[in-house]
Write a protein that binds this ligand. Structure first.
Ligand SMILES: [Zn+2]
Length: 117
C-alpha cells in the first residue's frame, strides 16, 4: 500500500494545496475538502540548521531541514530524517513524507529517503 498524507484539494480545479487556506490558491474557490495524496516527493533543497530560538530544538542541533515537492507541485518544508552515518542529502533525491509529533507534541513533517534513492 502506498503511503499518503492528507492535504486540502479544490473540488473545482482539483489542485492540492499546502498550507491550508480558506480559498483555493489557484481559482479562489471556497469549495475545498481534505484528500489523501501520495506521500512520495522530491527533495528540492536542504540546509543544516545550527541555531534556533525554540528551546525544543536545542538538543537536536544541528539538524537538517529541506523543501519537498509533492504531486501537484505542492511544496512542504520538512525535517530530514537520515540514519546516522548516511551520506548527506542531495537535491533531487526521492523522499517519503510522514507526520510525527515534534514541538509541543504538534505534528511536523519529516522526510525520509526512499530505499535505493
Ligand atoms: Zn481551485
Amino acid at each position: 500500500m502506498s503511503a499518503t498524507i492528507s492535504l486540502q484539494r479544490c473540488n473545482d480545479c482539483a489542485r492540492p494545496q499546502y498550507p491550508m487556506r480558506e480559498l483555493c490558491g489557484h481559482c479562489l474557490s471556497p469549495n475545498i475538502s481534505m484528500t489523501n495524496v501520495d506521500a512520495h516527493g522530491t527533495l528540492l533543497s536542504w540546509t543544516r540548521l545550527h541555531a534556533s530560538m525554540e528551546p525544543y530544538f536545542h538538543d537536536q542541533l544541528p539538524c537538517l531541514v529541506g523543501e519537498v515537492r509533492l504531486v501537484g507541485d505542492v511544496m512542504i518544508m520538512a525535517h530530514l530524517d537520515l540514519a546516522p552515518g548516511n551520506p548527506p542529502p542531495q537535491s533531487g533525491m526521492s523522499v517519503r513524507l510522514s507526520l510525527r509529533p515534534a514541538l509541543d507534541d504538534q505534528p511536523a513533517y519529516f522526510a525520509t529517503p526512499e530505499q535505493g534513492a
